[in-house]
Write a protein that binds this ligand. Structure first.
Ligand SMILES: [Zn+2]
Length: 194
């Protein structure tokens, strides 16, 4: 049904090699989602309108702006609360949020001097946050959900922990720790050791 909406815009070139998504240690259904993400083809309201669907455009997270991928994930004050609660202690929020679009954001995700659990977590944080923001947005649009910051952050940390099992098939990245480390010692796990 939505096939006609998903045709590639032939003038658009992703900011990131789409293959990067397929090499990342995330679930297969999430790889498909990010494949659309890097081509900027998610069915956000602005993209639906651009394809001829007549509907009002409002971001359900803030109700104060039109919905586009750039707004929803990187500029919406509600989404920024989520990013802030996870990353503000690193002091590089402005750099991270300054991007030319979805693929560019993934491309410019900074490297930290980290190893083991910290490195594995850091690599999948952008994918996890964007995935959970999209799921949260969909719950509000389709299931009368509400946004609750603590719950969204909790879901992100639980998802991060679960997804570690994907890379964990190759290396024991959890280092015999439990998920509590993400709740009790987040700033110790997510830090730059320079
Ligand atoms: Zn918004």
């Amino acid at each position: 049904m939505y096939g006609f909406l998903l045709k590639k815009n032939r003038d658009y070139i992703p900011w990131i090699d789409p293959e990067v998504v397929w090499r990342t240690h995330i679930p297969m259904n999430v790889k498909f989602f990010f494949s659309s993400f890097v081509w900027e083809r998610l069915l956000t309201v602005d993209n639906l309108i651009a394809r001829g669907i007549d509907m009002p455009n409002s971001c359900v997270l803030c109700n104060n702006h039109g919905e586009s991928m750039k707004h929803l994930f990187f500029q919406c004050p509600t989404s920024l609360l989520v990013w802030n609660s996870l990353l503000s202690h690193l002091g590089m929020m402005d750099e991270i949020m300054d991007n030319n679009g979805a693929g560019d954001f993934l491309c410019k995700w900074p490297s930290l001097n980290n190893r083991g659990l910290s490195a594995a977590i850091w690599d999948i944080i952008p994918y996890t946050v964007i995935w959970i923001l999209w799921r949260t947005r969909n719950t509000i649009v389709f299931d009368n959900g509400v946004f609750a910051l603590d719950e969204v952050v909790r879901r992100i940390k639980c998802t991060l922990w679960n997804w570690l099992d994907i890379i964990g098939k190759e290396v024991d990245v959890k280092e015999n720790k439990g998920i509590a480390v993400l709740f009790d010692d987040w700033e110790e796990v997510v830090r730059d050791n320079w």
